[in-house]
Design a protein around this ligand. Structure first.
Ligand code: PRP
Ligand code: URA
Length: 209
């Protein structure tokens, strides 16, 4: 059974409120996206396997646990997913990073692919697909299909804000994929933007508008 989890920790809720604010500037917005990604990473890695080791403390021998060496990969969806990479890497620094370039056709809202470069051994890795916004779900569905075509089987999606429409579409298209988001919003408007959302995530991260 896959997980659809709204991670509503108070620190995350606070930071999500700040990034929604239209008066939050580019630098602060970028820092907050990275911090929220780090907090989501903490939750999304909760089921990583561990193994027991012995460690000598200054006092005695301790039986304790370390990560069992699972291979991980991050795949941000360009552009806005890039804003989540550093926060994720701060907790899982050994992860490899692939990239998938997609943008939405503004009229049809269909994703248009323009780039895909993934680690060679992606099929052997647990993959975290990163995108702050899950609107219609088209971009995430397409990105995950591309990753599956290359053999990956353990995939999680991590986002900041989701529309109910996107959550449903992604869960139906890829029922095996766990979904972690910080907030579920009300609906999509006629232009496919999440309401209330935070506007255009890519433009706000990179200051392009
Ligand atoms: C945004 C966002 C997602 C996509 C979500 O990207 O970062 O990738 O829209 O919408 P969907 O769920 O309806 O597919 P955008 O197309 O604006 O491209 P950009 O990141 O290059 O600005
Ligand atoms: N992409 C964004 O950046 N924001 C939205 O609200 C929807 C898609």
């Amino acid at each position: 059974m896959s997980v659809v989890k709204i991670v509503d920790h108070p620190l995350i809720q606070h930071k999500i409120s700040l990034i929604r604010d239209r008066n939050t500037g580019t630098k602060e917005f970028r820092d907050l996206v990275s911090e929220i990604a780090m907090l989501l990473c903490y939750e999304a890695t909760r089921d990583l396997p561990t193994e027991e080791v012995e460690v000598e403390t200054p006092i005695a021998l301790a039986r304790t646990h370390v990560l069992a060496g699972r291979k991980l990969a991050l795949v941000p969806i360009l552009r806005a997913g890039l804003g989540m990479v550093d926060g994720m890497l701060s907790l899982i620094p050994a992860a490899k990073v692939g990239h998938i370039g997609l943008y939405r056709n503004e009229e049809t809202l269909e994703p248009v692919e323009y780039y895909c470069k993934l680690p060679k051994d992606i099929a052997e890795r647990d993959v975290f697909v990163l995108d702050p916004m899950l609107a219609t779900g088209g971009s995430a569905i397409d990105a995950i299909s591309q990753i599956k075509k290359r053999g990956a089987r353990h995939i999680k999606f991590i986002g900041l804000i989701a529309a109910p429409e996107g959550l449903k579409a992604l869960h139906e298209a890829h029922p095996d994929v766990d979904i972690y988001v910080a907030a579920q919003d009300d609906h999509l408007n006629e232009n496919g933007y999440i309401v209330p959302g935070l506007g255009d995530a890519g433009d706000r991260i990179f200051g392009t508008k």
